[in-house]
Design a protein around this ligand. Sequence first.
Ligand code: FEO
Length: 172
Amino acid sequence: MLSQKMQDALNAQINMELGAFYTYLSMSAHFTTDNLLGLAAWMRHHADEEMTHAMKIYDFIQQRRGQVVLQALAAPKTSWSSAIEAVEDALHHEEKVTASINQLVDLARQERDHATDSFLQWFVDEQVEEEAVVDEILQQLKRVGDFAPALFMIDRQLAEQAGEPEAEGEVE
Ligand code: FEO
């Protein structure tokens, strides 16, 4: 059984992962409006991953005979002044998620909840990858700055990574 404190903290993490889903979906919508369809596809794919993260925790709480308690989601930001600003926001979001996962691990260890500690290690590893991937895109965007043809090339590469043939086609 999960302790009440551990259960509350895991439920709060579900909310944070769903918040990430909402934020990246909103970024995807913004990039579609800006006709950056590769970035839009990549963000949508990333949003889907966040939903998967939320559901992993959802399933774990239930496996441990705990209670899932869903909480309200804050409305996400809807526009950004540049692709760099949006991806910077995404990186900051990932850093917050990493800090939150680390706090969850600390709590599991304080409580000697080895099952939750073990479960959370997947998230610890995942966050290393998530931060690295978002930072790589940010560095690429910063390198090209306002040079539209290079931004277009990055956008095409991201469309390919996200496996969105329509996005790739439309960019051409
Ligand atoms: Fe589930 Fe990107 O943190």
